[in-house]
Ligand binder design. Structure first.
Ligand code: NAD
Length: 529
């Protein structure tokens, strides 16, 4: 019998599902989270605990929870759970990130129409002020307008489908999905954020909050948008710089904005609330009865699967397998860097990624593949990537991962080679570990290198003719970028070459654009490792 404790309210469907299991003994007390002492007292007898955000599942609780194997979070955020402590104790944490997709999608559509037609203001004017002011509330139509979706995942793509039913032209920017996904839905995927900013009449954000998306929309990006653009953020606070949005709403550059999420929540004293052209809601994107039911059923199923030793889809942590990980650690570090490198070149649109493991890297290659995927996915998703969820996350991106074992190589006994196959061709990168501790990148697309995978790089493809490096150097100098090292890989003199320039600071986009204009330069990419 599995003993499961539910300490907060979850929808009936989840409770009924748990109750109906012959191998489950359920304790459901939705108010128990208010009495933490009581939870500590009874927790030793339970195999699993299901909470929302109100129960602190931290060291104090784990220390007493002698039988605990699984923590289920009925929702997404896991701030109330100490993931490291859970992992150390071999306790699996699962959550339910997909239950609220439709709720957030529909909230976005509602907010879009509200912003376009000032519905909340018209409503207030009639209801609160008892005014019949028909002239004041002129809006814009959605039909015929271009909607730019930033982040074309679960919610972004569903917003796209619905916007098309409103006769909108839909374009999307998401460097981590394949073109086919967008094409299948009749949506044009653009390669640069700038293009989306320039072309859209309405812009809606549906990315996670990551290092890359934090402050993705600032004054600089807003300046590139059309005058009178409408901006929506139903995703996460912190993606739009609020002070800059405020200024743009005051000046009229941005006609209206609709926000469900804020950099600091509760956002009751946010300056944006003072403006007349903003529609706001208190982070209620997920608040529908249906989504609460979905979340409850998903979490019940996840906890049951985990207890029964079946596959779980939404693991937030990965309990340790210490010994294997220690031996492989330097190769895992290398694999992670290769993943981080690969995702910053064309690999994010790959159909298939082959991971070739040469030499004796152990029987079980999963820790290495997971480390690769961790590097590959860590800037795309906002949950920790681990042994359990890595394959699901890759599958969700439509990437098939193939592991191949090969015998020892001639140049390097042990080697990890990554081959990314996409419509635009193949990209390969390989690395090894020197003296059992120093990861090195030794090959990029057939060109040999000796690179420590750490720091900031420019990866260039060019024609191997005199003067290219000089031109590059002077552009970088003009933008105050210091060159810390340079390596050139070439197969034959005068033909194509690949160069890696190690730089001390970020290379501004303007400098990259200038470098692209050098006739001998075929490609340039900035890589951060
Ligand atoms: P998802 O993981 O399915 O989709 C996110 C997409 O963003 C992915 O396709 C990913 O490739 C893309 N992405 C990542 N980094 C990017 C970048 N730098 N530029 C462009 N695209 C990038 O997630 P989802 O379920 O669609 O959720 C989207 C967002 O909505 C998340 O932030 C989630 O927390 C939020 N959300 C909010 C509410 C709410 O109550 N307001 C409810 C549910 C979800």
């Amino acid at each position: 019998m599995y003993k499961i404790l539910v300490t907060e309210h979850i929808a009936d469907a989840g409770i009924e599902l748990l109750k109906s299991q012959p191998d489950v003994e359920l304790t459901y007390d939705p108010e128990l989270f208010r009495n933490f002492e009581k939870i500590l007292e009874i927790i030793p007898e339970y195999d699993a605990i299901i909470t929302r955000s109100g129960t602190p599942v931290k060291k104090e609780l784990f220390e007493r929870a002698k039988n605990l194997k699984v923590v289920g979070r009925a929702g997404v955020g896991v701030d109330n759970i100490d993931l490291d402590e859970a992992s150390r104790r071999g306790i699996l944490v699962v959550n339910a990130p997909t239950g609220n997709t439709l709720a957030a999608t529909e909230h976005t559509m509602g907010m879009m129409i509200c912003a376009a037609r000032a519905i909340p203001y018209a409503h207030n004017s009639l209801k609160e002020e008892r005014r019949w002011d028909r002239k004041k509330f002129m809006g814009v139509e959605l039909a015929g307008k271009t909607l730019g979706i930033i982040g074309f995942g679960r919610i972004g793509s569903r917003v796209g489908i619905r916007a098309k039913a409103f006769d909108m032209k839909v374009i999307a920017y998401d460097p981590y999905i394949k073109k086919e996904k967008a094409e299948r839905l009749g949506v044009e995927l653009v390669d640069e954020l700038d293009e989306l900013l320039r072309r859209s009449d309405i812009i809606t954000i549906h990315t996670p909050l990551t290092d890359e998306t934090r402050n993705m929309i600032t004054k600089k990006e807003i300046e590139k948008m059309k005058d009178g653009v409408i901006i929506l953020n139903i995703a996460r606070g912190g993606i739009i710089k609020e002070d800059d949005l405020y200024e743009a709403l005051v000046s009229g550059k941005v006609r209206a904005a609709a926000l469900d999420v804020f950099a600091k929540e509760p956002a009751t004293d946010n300056i944006l609330l003072d403006l007349p052209n903003i529609v706001v809601t208190p982070h209620i994107g997920a608040n529908t009865f249906e989504s609460q039911t979905n979340v409850a059923v998903i979490i019940a199923n996840q906890v049951l699967a985990a207890l029964r030793g079946e596959e779980v889809e939404f693991a937030v942590n990965a309990p340790y397998d210490d010994t294997a990980a220690k031996v492989l650690k330097p190769f895992m570090d290398l694999a992670e860097k290769l993943g981080l490198f690969a995702v910053q070149v064309a690999c994010s649109r790959s159909k298939e990624i082959v991971l070739e493991y040469r030499g004796d890297l152990g029987e079980d290659l999963k820790p290495l593949t997971t480390a690769f995927l961790k590097g590959f996915l860590q800037n795309i998703v906002d949950i920790p990537v681990n042994l359990i969820n890595a394959p699901f996350l890759a599958k969700e991106k439509g990437i098939s991962i193939v592991e191949v074992k090969r015998p020892e190589g001639i140049n390097f006994k042990k080697l990890i080679k990554v081959i990314c196959r996409s419509e635009s061709g193949e990209f390969t990168i390989a690395g090894t570990v020197m003296d059992d501790q120093f990861p090195k990148i030794v090959e990029i697309n057939g060109f040999l290198f000796d690179l420590t995978p750490k720091g900031k790089f420019l990866l260039i493809k060019n024609f191997d003719v005199p003067g290219v490096i000089g031109k590059l150097g002077s552009i970088l100098g003009k933008y105050n970028v210091n060159i810390a090292g340079f390596q050139l890989g070439r197969i034959e003199r005068g033909k194509e070459a690949k160069g890696v320039i190690l730089v001390d600071n970020d290379v501004p986009q303007e400098a990259i654009n200038e470098i692209k204009k050098i006739p001998e330069i075929l490609e340039v990419k900035q890589i951060n490792l």
